[in-house]
Design a protein around this ligand. Structure first.
Ligand SMILES: CC(C)(COP(=O)(O)OP(=O)(O)OC[C@H]1O[C@@H](n2cnc3c(N)ncnc32)[C@H](O)[C@@H]1OP(=O)(O)O)[C@@H](O)C(=O)NCCC(=O)NCCS
Length: 386
């Protein structure tokens, strides 16, 4: 083994990346689709690798997402396809690669990064922590069919509606003060909408995208700005009840469908957890939204061994739905936390849980309820896996 180096993957190395992927995730997958995404990533400096001499032995990709936090958009680097060749595992190659990924996220000015962990150990060492879930519920199709909404006009949608879908989703997430959902690049939204296996419908204030999945119907996203539209769109999916007995749906646990459907979701809910890390703490605080009418002044002492620009004494001010993190003098009353505590706090994990896990210590006696109030809100969730 020569000295391992982190590189920007180039076109000639894509076959090797694919080979390491097969060894890591198993055979299958759409190679052409992967190649398209990999090429777009490498052209934009978002595909990193590790080489041993000339041999590519590890790779990781970064999606240029935005993510809703408190009803505002925050740029987020979504880390995917982290793979190390089997013969190189267990000797720090994954960590070397992920450190470079963090630096690249900082260079790209993403205040946040997130990922779905196959193993938490690697990512926790580098400051990621659990921040939210992706839920898949299943409902009886017959229940959805009966939801009505027949007075609402629903039309078939396609590629040309990508901007409209993004606009409708954005309006709803702002109004709901969502935390967690992703905003995909428009090119991806276009390719879902032109995929003949996806069925997309749009109403004045909502849309649905669904497809067939192993004999069931599966809703990837349903966004409705009113009860009538929710009824109409769910009923459109449920109209398949003569063939599909079950409709699977990616949605949060507080989605109105739970209050509209006659029977509760089946007991087979699937949950995946995703992790978050703050890359640039002041930018992450300044960009997200906070609940209106909640005010907080608190000192923080952040120790971030990987991204040292976050390390220091900070003052957090929250008022009028916005927050600021500014450098300040050391204080004996400062809340002490590292990147994992910071990520979990940002995502609204109750301070009692963070203290219970040792992820925050110290702080003014009365600060916890204020922190819970400013970072709390609708539970963070994602609809998509990446
Ligand atoms: C997961 C993977 C990327 C780790 O790469 P690696 O080069 O072995 O990682 P490192 O040697 O830098 O290990 C970093 C830490 O993670 C731990 N770790 C690595 N793989 C682990 C696993 N499968 N289970 C538990 N801990 C693991 C290591 O023990 C080490 O922790 P330690 O210092 O406390 O011992 C690699 O095993 C892999 O490619 N696996 C298959 C694909 C995959 O699961 N990718 C992740 C997708 S999110």
């Amino acid at each position: 083994m020569t000295e391992l180096r982190v590189v920007d993957v180039v076109e000639e190395q894509l076959d090797s990346v694919w080979e390491v992927r097969i060894r890591s995730f198993g055979p299958g997958g759409d190679r052409d689709h992967w190649l398209k995404i990999a090429r777009a990533s490498l052209e934009d400096g978002r595909l990193l690798g590790v080489v041993d001499g000339d041999e590519l032995v590890a790779a990781a990709r970064i999606w240029p997402f935005e993510q809703w936090w408190g009803g505002r958009r925050v740029p987020m680097g979504g880390v995917a396809g982290v793979v190390v060749a089997p013969e190189y595992r267990g000797r720090g190659v994954g960590s070397l690669l992920m450190r470079a990924v963090l630096r690249r996220c900082a260079d790209k000015q993403y205040p946040l990064t997130a990922l779905y962990p196959a193993t938490t150990v690697l990512y926790r060492h580098l400051g990621y922590e659990f921040a939210g879930h992706r839920y898949k519920f299943s409902f009886q199709a017959a229940d959805l069919r009966r939801l009505g909404g027949k007075g609402t006009a629903v039309r078939k949608a396609g590629r040309a509606d990508a901007d409209l879908f993004l606009k409708l989703a954005g309006k709803a997430h702002e109004a709901r003060r969502s935390s967690g959902p992703l905003i995909w690049p428009r090119t991806e939204v276009e390719s879902w909408l032109e995929d003949e296996n996806n069925f997309a419908y749009v109403a004045d204030d909502g849309f649905v995208v669904y497809n067939w999945s192993d004999g069931d119907l599966a809703v990837d996203e349903l966004m409705a700005g009113s009860e009538e539209t929710a009824r109409a769109l769910w009923a459109t999916v449920g109209s398949g009840a003569s063939i599909a007995k079950t409709v699977q749906a990616y949605c949060p646990p507080f989605d109105p469908i739970h209050l509209l459907a006659e029977h509760e979701a089946n007991g087979d809910t699937q949950i995946n957890r995703w992790m978050l890390r703050l890359v640039d703490a002041p930018a992450a605080i300044a960009t997200r939204g906070f609940p209106d009418g909640v005010v907080l002044e608190a000192d923080l002492r952040i120790d971030d061994p990987e991204l040292t620009a976050n390390t220091g004494d900070w003052h957090l001010s929250v008022a009028d739905g916005s927050g600021r993190l500014t450098p300040t003098d050391p204080s004996s009353e400062a809340l002490r936390l590292g990147p994992r505590g910071l990520a979990a706090l940002y995502a609204g994990t109750p301070t009692a849980a963070l203290r219970g896990a040792g992820l925050i210590t110290g702080g003014a006696a009365d600060a916890d309820s204020g922190l819970d109030a400013v970072f709390g809100g609708p539970t963070p969730y994602m609809l998509d896996y990446f």
